[in-house]
Design a protein around this ligand. Sequence first.
Ligand SMILES: [Zn+2]
Length: 143
Amino acid sequence: MDKPTPCTYCSLAQARIVEESALSIAFKDAFPVSPGHTLIVPRRHTASFFDLTLQEREDMLSLIARIKHKLQDEFNPQGFNVGVNEGFAAGQTVMHTSMHLIPRYKGDVPDPRGGVRWLFPEKAVFWDKKPEEPMQDLGDAKP
Ligand SMILES: [Zn+2]
């Protein structure tokens, strides 16, 4: 009988950790989508971001801010994407919640407008469409 596979993040080699805090660790993504792509994970094994305690979430956000400053100094990106893949349908592959910090560089894609909307390429471009819902309450104002 096979032994259960240990969680990748719970058994991460200490040498991979680039920064840590009381409740979280950070390490470079093994398959970075851009230079500096870093993962922030809670020390406690928890599949869902929404099952974390408020203290764990605050700790992760504090650590991600520290990593952001380090990446700014090291790579000088012009922007960042921050993301959590929550659940299989959303692309989560390791069932230990993680937060991606992805540095972005001018010209890394032809047109970065829309950012994470590109998860659905056919819906990413919105700037030349009418919104499905009104963007603001115009009240009684008439042009
Ligand atoms: Zn784990």
